[in-house]
Design a protein around this ligand. Structure first.
Ligand code: ADP
Ligand code: ZN
Length: 210
């Protein structure tokens, strides 16, 4: 199964991607995580991406398209994958289509902007393994410590309130048109993101099954 998760930053794509990994055993590919790892490692790509990311802007298309093309060639993607955070622009979606990768389904998780700004301010991520938590909705077992690896939980720079607003504006302008793009291809299912993560997961699973 080849899937795309669409939705605003902070709509819960990453969390739902993990649930799909659990159920279907296909890898989740997050361009955000790949880019953050590159920034941390100080690679050339990371240096290029950092200023865009810190400002809440999209990284140039050619950079992320290159990342995804390379990643999808790896062996673990043979039986399918979930894309989380890609495509985010029409040229990215077009590049995916042009490369002959046939996506089965696109699930769009809809969450109102007000709820997003609230959620993002409470988001914390592991500084070691990139697992994501929330101080209210998805608490770690021990405050400030990652359940998976014991790493320290930190707030992402781009989760600061001003940056969140910039990312939401970018989402509405650049990414939202993808709903129409995939709807015309007959691939889109819209799911309303729920307060409770498990309720959203149930809707996502249902969308994948029909
Ligand atoms: P979120 O988890 O809030 O959805 P991500 O972790 O996916 O955000 O992305 C963080 C940042 O990485 C984005 O704000 C953007 O700068 C960059 N980025 C990630 N994916 C893409 C993409 N497909 N195109 C352009 N920039 C991207
Ligand atoms: Zn961790």
């Amino acid at each position: 199964m080849k899937l795309i998760l669409l939705g605003a930053p902070g709509a819960g794509k990453g969390t739902q991607a993990e649930k799909i990994v659990e159920k279907y055993g296909i890898p989740a590919i997050s361009t955000g995580n790949i880019l953050r790892a590159a920034v941390k490692d100080g690679t050339e790509m990371g240096l290029k991406a950092k200023s865009f990311m810190d400002a809440g802007q999209l990284v140039p298309d050619e950079v992320v398209i290159g990342i995804i093309k390379d990643r999808l060639k790896e062996k673990d993607c043979e039986n399918g994958f979930i894309l989380d955070g890609f495509p985010r622009t029409i040229p990215q979606a077009q590049a995916l289509l042009d490369s002959g990768i046939d996506i089965d389904k696109v699930v769009d998780i809809e969450v109102p902007d007000e709820a997003i700004t609230k959620r993002m301010s409470g988001r914390r991520v592991c500084s070691k393994c990139a697992n994501s938590y929330h101080i209210e909705y998805k608490k770690p077992k021990v405050d400030g410590v990652c359940d998976a690896c014991g790493g320290e939980l930190i707030q992402r720079k781009d989760d600061a309130p001003e940056t969140v607003l910039a990312r939401l504006a970018e989402y509405h302008q650049m990414t939202e048109p993808l709903k129409d793009f995939y709807s015309k291809l007959g691939k889109l299912t819209v799911v309303e993101g729920q307060e409770d993560v498990a309720d959203t997961t149930a809707l996502v699973y249902a969308a994948l099954e029909d």
